[in-house]
Design a protein around this ligand. Structure first.
Ligand code: COA
Length: 724
C-alpha cells in the first residue's frame, strides 16, 4: 500500500478498511527481541528523555544495531546519529519515539517506509489528556503498514532476552525471570530502582500506557512462551477488553505464575445499572472474582506482589500439599499456623510419620507435633538437624523455618547454616524462613535476601509467599476449563425481545420473561395471566391454592413498591380481597398506568433464597453473579462473579466462593441444598448472555433452593435488553 493511500485510509477511518489491514500483524517477538532499534528524538542534551533512552540502550549491553535519529546529526555515546530514518541503511525492527506529540504522526511515515515492525511511543499528550483522535489516527496508520504500537505515554521497554533497556528509567535493571507489565508509568519507573534494590531479576519490564494497540493480552501471548519468564506480574489500573484478558489469563496461568496488582477499587462503574447484578457489580469485586476464576494471584500491595514474584520465580513446584513448620519459639509457631490457615497452606499432621522423622533430632524437651517446636533451649545444631530431617523427608513437601533470636545461637554461624541448607535443598522443595529479632537478625535478613533467599522478619509475609505457591500450583494442575455450551433457542429469545421492542420496551413483562425461562428449561412456579377477577379466580383453581398474585403492567416495574403483589392467598375470598387491594394500590401508585391484569402464580414452598444473575459488563463482557438473598446480598454484599460462559466446575467454584456458602452445605442438622441445580442455572444464564448480547441484564431473585436432589425454583425473573 502506498503512503498516500494509507493516509487516505486514516482519514476515512472506516471500520471495514481497518478490518482489511488488521491482517498484517507483525510478530510480537520483534518487540522483545529486535535486531535493531532506532530512537527518534535522540538528543545530545543529557537532560532529555531522548538522550537517556540511548544511554540505557548502550549501557544495558544491547547487541543489536542502534540508530539515534535527530535532524542535527552528530554522535551520541559513540553511536552515529542519522538525520532521518530513511538514511539508515539496514533494517529497523523497533522505533522508540520521543518527540513532542504534534510531530509523532509525521514521523510514522518514515517508519512505515523503513518497514519498522514495532513503535514504542514514549510521548505523552494523547488519549490520556483527551487527544483520542490523534491516537486513533496513529494506530490506524501504523496498522495499515503492519506496525504495532506500544503506548503512547509510556517509559519504554526492557527485555533481558535482547539485553535491551529502551526506557528512560534509572538503569541498572537486573536480568532474571520476572516479567513486569505495568499500566502506571511513574510506578513502573520507580519499580526499576525498587526491583534492583530488592535484588529482583527481570526478564522484561513493559509499560503499556494508553494501550492504544498492544495491551496486556498481546504481551501475555509472548510471555507465556518465553523460556526466560517464570512469573508474570501485572500492574493494572483499568481494563479495556476484559473478555480478551480473561481468555489470555486462563491460558497463561496453566503455564506460568501470574500475579496481579490492581489499583482503583472504586465502585463508580456500578452506579448506573438497574438490577442487583449491576449495582452489586462494583468494578473491583468483579475484577477480584474474575482473576480468581483465571487462576491469577491478586496481591494487596506492590511489596506483597514483589515478595510473591521473587519467591515464585525461584521455588520449585510442590510435589504434594504437606508443609511442616520448624520453630524454636512456640508463639511464632502458632502465628505461622494461623497464617497457614489464612493463606491455604496445608500442615502435615500425621503424628506417626512426624515422630519417626523428628524423634532422632529433637531435644527431649521439644515437641514433634507440627509445628515442630524445638523450644528456646535448642542450639543451632538442634535447629540444623531438625531442618535437615524435614528437608530430607519425602512425605514433607514444603518447609517453613522460623527463628526467634536467643543467646544460644551464633548469628553469623546461623546465617551460614540457613544459606547452606537453602542452597542444598532449594531445587527439591519450597522453603521459606522467618527470623525475628534485633539488629543482628535484621542484618542477617538483609544479607540473605540480597542473595535471593526467601527470608522475612514477619511470619505472615513468609507464609503468604508459600500460600501464593500453593494456589498457583493447584491452578497449574487443574485442567483447562471448557465452558459448557448448551443448545439454546436463541432465535426464540430474540423474537420475544423483538415483540417487546415493538412496544418500545427495554424490559420483558413477567409472562415474557416466563417464556424465556421455558426456553432455558428453568423450573418456575406455575403461572397464568388473568385479565380480570373472574379469570383470576379460575386460574387460582387451576393452579391450586395457596397462590400469589402480581400486577401485570409495563408501567410498573417495581411491583412490590407499588403494592402490586399479594402472597399466600389460601382461598377464593382471600384472592378476591387481594385482587381488589392490588388494583387500588397500583392505581394510587401510578394513576396513568395501563394495567393488563394480574399474574396468578403457584405459592411455592419455602427454601433457601438465593439470587443469580448475568449481565453485560462494560469491561469484561458477559458475566454471572451469585449470592444468597435477603441481608446476605443487600447488607453483606456477599456475592461472587465469573466471566461467562462457565464450566460446571467454575459454576460450583462461583457458588462456593461466597462467604455464606456453609448455609448451602446445611447447618444445624439441615440437609445439604441442591448446589448442582444452582450450578445448572448459572451455566444456562451464562450461555444466554454470551449468545444474546442484546440482553444486558437477567436476574432471578429469588432462586429458591431446596434440599439436594429436589431442585430449585426461579421465582422472579427480570430481563433487561438493548432496545435498538
Ligand atoms: N525526528 C527526529 N528528531 C526530532 C524530530 C523528528 N521528527 N522532531 C524533533 N526532534 C528532536 C528535537 O530537535 C530534540 O533534539 P535536540 O535536543 O537535539 O534539540 C529531540 O528530538 C526531542 O525533541 P524536543 O522538542 O526537545 O522534545 P522534548 O525532549 O522536550 O520532549 C517528549 C519530548 C517525548 C519527552 C515529551 O514530548 C513528552 O511527551 N514527555 C512526557 C513523556 C512521558 O512522561 N511519558 C510517559 C512516561 S510513563
Amino acid at each position: 500500500m502506498s503512503l498516500r493511500s494509507a493516509e487516505k485510509l486514516v482519514s476515512m477511518s472506516s471500520e471495514c478498511c481497518l478490518g482489511d489491514v488488521m491482517e498484517k500483524k507483525t510478530n510480537i517477538e520483534y518487540l522483545f527481541e529486535p535486531r535493531s532499534v532506532a530512537v527518534i528524538g535522540a538528543s545530545q542534551n543529557k537532560a532529555k528523555i531522548g538522550y537517556r533512552i540511548v544511554e540505557n540502550i548502550v549501557s544495558s549491553g544491547y547487541k543489536g544495531r542502534v540508530y539515534p535519529i535527530n535532524p542535527k546529526g552528530g554522535e551520541i555515546l559513540g553511536c552515529a546519529v542519522y538525520p532521518t530514518l530513511s538514511k539508515v541503511k539496514g533494517e529497523v525492527d523497533l522505533a522508540v519515539i520521543a518527540i513532542p506529540a504534534r510531530f509523532v504522526f509525521d514521523s510514522l511515515k518514515g517508519c512505515a517506509e523503513k518497514g519498522v515492525k514495532h513503535l514504542v511511543i514514549i510521548t505523552s499528550g494523547f488519549s490520556e489528556v483527551g487527544n483520542t483522535t490523534e491516537e486513533r489516527k496513529i494506530v490506524q496508520f501504523a496498522r495499515a503498514y503492519g506496525m504495532r504500537v506500544l503506548g503512547p505515554n509510556i517509559f519504554g521497554i526492557y527485555s533481558s532476552a535482547a539485553s535491551l533497556d529502551a526506557t528512560f528509567g534509572p538503569g541498572g535493571i537486573l536480568p532474571g525471570h520476572i516479567a513486569i507489565v505495568t499500566q502506571s508509568g511513574a510506578l513502573g519507573i520507580a519499580m526499576i530502582g525498587k526491583t534492583a534494590a530488592e535484588s529482583l531479576g527481570l526478564s522484561t519490564l513493559v509499560s503499556v500506557g494508553n494501550k492504544s494497540d498492544i495491551d496486556e493480552s498481546d504481551l501475555l501471548e509472548y510471555l507465556a512462551n518465553d523460556d526466560g519468564t517464570r512469573v508474570i506480574l501485572l500492574y493494572i489500573e483499568g481494563v479495556n477488553q476484559g473478555d480478551r484478558l480473561v481468555e489470555s489469563l486462563k491460558r497463561v496461568t496453566r503455564l506460568k505464575h501470574v500475579v496481579v496488582i490492581k489499583s482503583g477499587r472504586s465502585k463508580r462503574g456500578a452506579m448506573a445499572v438497574a438490577s442487583h447484578t449491576g449495582s452489586l457489580a462494583g468494578a473491583d469485586e468483579i475484577f477480584d472474582s474474575l482473576m480468581h476464576q483465571c487462576g491469577v494471584l491478586r496481591a494487596e500491595s506492590v511489596q506483597e506482589a514483589f515478595n510473591w514474584a521473587r519467591f515464585l520465580a525461584e521455588a520449585p513446584l510442590l510435589k504434594g500439599k504437606d508443609a511442616v513448620i520448624i520453630t524454636n519459639g512456640g508463639g511464632i509457631g502458632v502465628l505461622a499456623t494461623d497464617a497457614c490457615e489464612k493463606y491455604g497452606v496445608a500442615l502435615y499432621d500425621n503424628p506417626r510419620t512426624l515422630k519417626e522423622a523428628f524423634a532422632q533430632v529433637m531435644p527431649d524437651f521439644g515437641s514433634a507435633k507440627n509445628p515442630i517446636d524445638l523450644t528456646g533451649q535448642a542450639t543451632s545444631e538442634d535447629y540444623a538437624r531438625a531442618l535437615e530431617a524435614a528437608l530430607e523427608n519425602d512425605d514433607i513437601h514444603a518447609v517453613m523455618a522460623l527463628y526467634c533470636e536467643t543467646a544460644l545461637f551464633d548469628t553469623v554461624e546461623f546465617a551460614r547454616l540457613l544459606q547452606r541448607e537453602y542452597r542444598h535443598y532449594q531445587g527439591s522443595k519450597p522453603i521459606v524462613f522467618s527470623l525475628f529479632g534485633g539488629e543482628k537478625i535484621e542484618a542477617v535478613i538483609r544479607k540473605l535476601r540480597k542473595q535471593g533467599i526467601p527470608v522475612f522478619s514477619d511470619v505472615y509475609d513468609a507464609v503468604s509467599c508459600l500460600g501464593a505457591l500453593y494456589r498457583s500450583w493447584r491452578n497449574l494442575h487443574e485442567p483447562q476449563e471448557v465452558a459448557e455450551e448448551l443448545p439454546i433457542d436463541v432465535e426464540g429469545v430474540e423474537s420475544i425481545l423483538d415483540r417487546a421492542r415493538s412496544e418500545e420496551r427495554g424490559f420483558l413483562l413477567a409472562n415474557e420473561a416466563q417464556q424465556v425461562a421455558e426456553i432455558l428449561g428453568l423450573d418456575t412456579p406455575r403461572s397464568i395471566l388473568a385479565r380480570n377477577l373472574d379469570e383470576a379466580v379460575q386460574a387460582a383453581e387451576q393452579i391450586g391454592y395457596p397462590v400469589v398474585i402480581k400486577v401485570v403492567s409495563k408501567d410498573i416495574i417495581h411491583k412490590s413498591d407499588a403494592g402490586g403483589v399479594a402472597i399466600d392467598l389460601e382461598d377464593e375470598s382471600e384472592l378476591i380481597d387481594a385482587y381488589q387491594a392490588v388494583m387500588r394500590s397500583c392505581r394510587a401508585y401510578k394513576p396513568d398506568a395501563i394495567i393488563r391484569g394480574v399474574e396468578v402464580v403457584e405459592m411455592i414452598r419455602p427454601g433457601v433464597e438465593t439470587i443469580i444473575g448475568a449481565r453485560q459488563d462494560p469491561s469484561f463482557g458477559p458475566i454471572i453473579m451469585f449470592g444468597l438473598g435477603g441481608i446476605y446480598v443487600e447488607v453483606m454484599k456477599d456475592v461472587s462473579f465469573r466471566a461467562a460462559p462457565i464450566s460446571n466446575r467454575e459454576a460450583h467454584d462461583m457458588i462456593a466462593s461466597i462467604r455464606s456458602y456453609p448455609l448451602l452445605l446445611g447447618v444445624r442438622g439441615e440437609k445439604r441444598k441442591d448446589i448442582d441445580a444452582i450450578a445448572e442455572v448459572g451455566i444456562k444464564l451464562g450461555n444466554l448472555v454470551e449468545r444474546c448480547r442484546d440482553i444486558t441484564d437477567i436476574e432471578i431473585n429469588p432462586l429458591v433452593v431446596y434440599d439436594h436432589g429436589e431442585g430449585v425454583k426461579a421465582v422472579d425473573i427480570r430481563i433487561l435488553f438493548r432496545n435498538l
